[in-house]
Design a protein around this ligand. Structure first.
Ligand code: NAD
Ligand SMILES: O=C(O)C(=O)C[C@@H](O)[C@H](O)[C@H](O)COP(=O)(O)O
Length: 518
């Protein structure tokens, strides 16, 4: 447990909700006002009367400073604590929850609790003024806010507990850093990322239509949602579909400050990102990935694009999102085969950077296939951390980023030859076995058995049909990593030590294929 601070105006329920939250978290509760009373040896109302507000504020600053330094649990602050610059600075590195309440309910709650000196005279007008004056200060320190008006304490504590379980990975790429929120209920955080949007285009497929509706309903008054349903999977990743979206944006009068939201698997977020990258030469996009693969890979990193007759993802743009909202609850409806396909990219992250991922899957493959279980949650966090770190240092694939393409040279060729009817993750699984054979054949680390075993334990394919080499080679020759006529492959010098090589001979490539088909 670490410190969670509750702020808000008088009557917002800081103490009551804070106590309930502490209980829900199994953590201790502390109230800064109670600390002040203990130090002063008299009630707050008496401190105001005997010593004045300034003296009270000095006691309050010291009480908050001490509590923040000492406490590990939930800490409720008095309504005016945020008035002090020093307190707001102190809270900058702490998780802060702002409890909001409307004036009428605040008045009603404060009538019940009579011990508030600032509300002794004309409480309605005073509360209205306090609420207005202090709102920007609460917002300055808060990580998120919750409206408590008309809500019951247990429901509020549960909502805060769920929100606190959200982990944020910041992708510090060369453009604007953006957060990837990982947890349950993260989609509800969309309103934080609207910027100045007056219109939001929500791109989705039939499988995510209900969620897209929910996203539309989250928008505040004055912000209009347009839902656009795309053909499913790779059928939606075409220039023709992108053009239909652009036509619709034109018809809606979509401006540079409006927002595109991709709600779906990797195919949707790739297309949504591409649509956003090109419209007016770039509008903001927020991704709500609903497949495992989308969450751990496609939605993070800013690669967007479509498939064309020439090949997979050959047309596209680097266009990082404004935010990525990974809601682990969305995986509940994901078909098992698509979950497994997503695990292929997770396993890739294990081989290139984080072997703990492999240990976790190998220890309990069934747990890794439990869409809403804790192992999937950890795998998602780990795989996103790998991707975030790589793309932060090399957004446009000038060097290091190519390691994320481990297994993809062969995978993309398979996808094209199979007319995009293979799941991307299945193709990546086979592609990683191909890469593992190349590793062994070129005298590097031999991870063939480990690769096949871990993938097969997840029900993923590890072989490809014989007799297709010439076709495969032809497609692999237009891989994006190639330089001129030189083919380049991502291989592993050792586990978690990827490198890009350009000296794999034609014989070695064919030999790896022959071993794959055996
Ligand atoms: N941009 C990148 O960096 C990047 C990285 C990896 C993959 N990709 C791309 O991502 C795509 C693959 O992503 P994918 O595996 O998510 O495929 P997908 O988008 O085709 O989704 C797989 C299937 O799952 C369904 N689905 C998605 N979420 C669902 C949910 N919550 N409930 C029920 N059904 C759901 C979809 O409708 C689809 O039928 C490929 O096009 C690949 O090239 C891009
Ligand atoms: O983000 C990257 O970079 C990757 O290579 C991630 C891959 O897993 C992903 O499939 C990506 O779409 C492939 O990129 P591409 O440039 O080879 O199309």
């Amino acid at each position: 447990m670490s410190l969670v601070v509750i702020v808000g105006p008088p009557g917002s329920g800081k103490t009551t909700v804070g106590r309930a939250l502490a209980e829900a978290l199994g953590a201790p509760f502390r109230d800064a006002d109670a600390d002040i009373v203990a130090v002063a040896g008299k009630p707050i109302a008496d401190i105001f009367v005997d010593d004045g507000e300034e003296h009270f504020r000095a006691l309050e600053r010291e009480a908050v400073r001490r509590a923040v330094a000492e406490h590990d649990g939930v800490l409720a602050l008095g309504g005016g604590a945020v008035l002090a610059d020093s307190t707001r600075k102190l809270l900058a590195d702490t998780t802060v929850v702002h409890l909001r309440v409307d004036v009428a309910e605040a008045v009603r709650r404060n009538e019940i609790d009579k011990g508030r000196p600032l509300l002794a005279v004309n409480p309605r007008a005073t509360l209205r003024r306090l609420l207005e004056e202090r709102l920007p200060l609460y917002r300055e320190v808060a990580d998120f806010e919750i409206d408590t008006t008309g809500r019951d304490v247990a429901g509020l504590a549960e909502e805060i507990r769920a929100k606190l379980a959200v982990r944020t990975v910041v992708v510090n790429d060369a453009e604007t850093p953006y957060p990837v929120l990982i947890g349950r209920g993260t989609v509800e955080r969309l309103p934080e990322f609207l910027g100045k949007a007056a219109r939001v285009a929500v791109l989705h497929t039939a499988s995510t239509a209900a969620l897209a509706e929910r996203v539309g309903a989250l928008l505040p008054d004055g912000v209009e949602a347009t839902l656009m349903e795309l053909p499913d999977a790779e059928d939606g990743k075409t220039v023709a579909v992108a053009e239909q979206c652009w036509d619709a944006l034109g018809a809606e009068g979509f401006t540079r400050t409006d927002l595109v939201v991709g709600v779906g698997g990797g195919a949707v977020t790739d297309l949504a990102g591409f649509v956003a990258a090109c419209w007016l030469r770039g509008v903001a996009v927020v991704h709500v990935p609903t497949s495992l693969l989308g969450a751990v890979d496609a939605a993070v990193g800013g690669k967007t694009g479509v498939n064309t007759a020439a090949g997979k993802n050959l047309v596209g743009a680097f266009h990082p999102p404004r935010a990525v909202l990974v809601d682990l609850d969305n995986f509940a409806t994901l078909p098992g085969r698509d979950l497994a396909a997503g695990l292929a990219e997770v396993v890739k992250a294990g081989f290139i950077a984080d072997p703990v991922i492999l240990d976790l899957v190998e220890a309990d493959p069934a747990a890794a296939l439990d869409a809403t279980g804790p192992v999937v949650a950890e795998l998602v966090e780990r795989a996103i951390a790998v991707k975030a770190e790589v793309v932060a240092s090399d957004l446009k694939e000038g060097g290091l980023r190519a390691v994320l393409n481990y297994g993809h040279t062969f995978a993309h060729a398979v996808e094209k030859l199979e007319h995009y009817r293979w799941r991307h993750g299945d193709a990546v699984a086979v592609g990683m076995v191909y890469a593992a054979h190349l590793n062994a054949i070129t005298g590097r680390v031999d991870l063939v058995d480990r690769t096949k075993d871990v993938l097969e334990s997840l029900g993923l394919p590890t072989t490809y049909e014989a007799g297709r080499w010439d076709d495969l080679l032809q497609v692999m020759k237009i891989d994006k990593k190639n330089v001129g006529a030189t083919q380049r492959f991502v291989l592993l010098d050792a586990l978690a030590a990827p490198l890009v090589v350009d000296d794999v001979t034609a014989e070695q490539q064919r030999e790896a294929y022959e071993r794959l088909t055996a």
